[in-house]
Ligand binder design. Sequence first.
Ligand code: ZN
Length: 303
Amino acid sequence: MQVATPAGFRHDPGLVWQFYAYRRHEALKAKPNPAHYALAELSRRMGPGCVTLTQNVDNLSPRAGHPEGQLKQLHVNLFNMRCVDVVGCGYVDEGNFADPLTPALDTTRAEAAAIGRVGAGSKPKASPMLLAGLARKNAQILGDKFDDKSPKTDDLAPLKAADAAERPRPMSDVRMSSGLGKEDLPQCPKCKTNILRPGVVWFGEALAENTAEEAEALFAEESEPIDLCLVIGTSSKVWPTAGYAEKARKKGARVATINVDAGDAKGLRPGTDWVFVGDAAQVLPELLRPAIGGPEGWKDVSS
Ligand SMILES: [Zn+2]
């Protein structure tokens, strides 16, 4: 939460870019799991009435062949970038899978530098592993601060953690510097003046307007009733998404939570809602088997 903010980017864009370069690298190495494939298959079979709202930014659902129009990536994804000058320039780069994005953002070099393997004259690098640790630590600090008394927000409201009182320390408290200059970071090819920033939605930023409106429309009074809402692998600690299950209940949905931690299921109604505790990669294909059969019958789409 220190890195994934506009303030963090203003403080040290190189550090933020190192964090995202590492995440891009790891996401490209990862592969969709059986839950991604099962959900894609369910969506194909059910058609447009089956919509997935995802907070994931790793691009694994598209890679599993999830029908594009039925997948709303609320926080965009790691492979989109845009010019920092949103109004004046407005350049957007979608689906850029280059790794590394620039020589200075080569994650393997950065790791070597962090353990002193890069010769004199090289720019100092904060270790991506250290950054990942920092992110994990922050997640731990946030911990179980969620409760149902947390403020409700509109879907266009800025992304935020459930408990605003538990603000992380400001980025200026982070005692490391990327040592990277503007010239080391992805450049805007359109205005040729600014650097690009990750396209993901940061804490304190609003969801992309079109995506948020599409999500909101599902829960609008005049829209179709909802019969089932699957809440898969989310801690439900980040708004506005954390409020979607309750909105679905108001539209008539029964809610099934699939999570390794039963404590992440919120607002349960005994006798109506379900909780399935376990790894979604194992639980979801089994749950959906009556509807979509086993993996041997799924359309084989992968990239
Ligand atoms: Zn630009």
